[in-house]
Design a protein around this ligand. Sequence first.
Ligand SMILES: Nc1ncnc2c1ncn2[C@@H]1O[C@H](COP(=O)(O)OP(=O)(O)OP(=O)(O)O)[C@@H](O)[C@H]1O
Length: 226
Amino acid sequence: MAVVELHHVFKRYPQGHEALRDINLTLEAGEMAFLTGHSGAGKSTLLKLIALMERPSQGQMFVAGRNVTKIRRRQIPFLRRRVGVIFQDHRLLFDRDVYTNVALPLIIAGFRHQEVGRRVRAALDMVGLLDKERRYPITLSGGEAQRVGIARAVVNKPDLLLADEPTGNLDPALSREIMGLFEQFNQVGVATLIASHDLDLIGQLGRRTLSLREGRLLGERAEVPA
Ligand SMILES: Nc1ncnc2c1ncn2[C@@H]1O[C@H](COP(=O)(O)OP(=O)(O)OP(=O)(O)O)[C@@H](O)[C@H]1O
């Protein structure tokens, strides 16, 4: 089953810039793939469409088995729970501790207190930050802050993880570590699409790689067995 399907998708921003042109793409459930391309190629735009943060101008889109092409605004939060999103700047709330940052998606979704605690600790354990739940983001290293962002993205047990340059601010060793975490989540069945400029790191991981150039998807590089 496909977790993402795009058919002839175009995105034109209100000012008239055509950021994506005729995108056809399928990501299977449990698949892991990378998205590369020059600055301005449309990587963030493609992730935002799949995350339902932007709307396509044309074409058809399916996410988590639903036709989302014309999804109503009030239905979006329900579908967003199936999709975890990670940003380069992690977008943590600086006036809340690690625990609360990770708990927020669950609190918004109306989970009971006990279930929130159980799930938050499981997510923090997976990213190796169980001992830092009372820390504030300002006291964390860049790699730790990014791991909190990942814990927040997986705490709802999504079908799909989207990450936009998740290692953009990290050194090579930390970047490798963060990619290792994505591989771990992928191994338990979470489909993962990661936008990255880091061709060396992507090359090492030997996964399906999608390339954008000026809003168009180019031919794919095949998956190399590990
Ligand atoms: N909200 C917006 N309004 C208008 N134009 C936009 C908007 N967001 C992006 N664009 C334009 O769409 C094009 C694609 O941008 P996008 O951010 O998707 O590229 P990218 O590949 O993620 O680039 P980068 O690697 O620099 O983040 C660019 O020309 C950009 O200027």
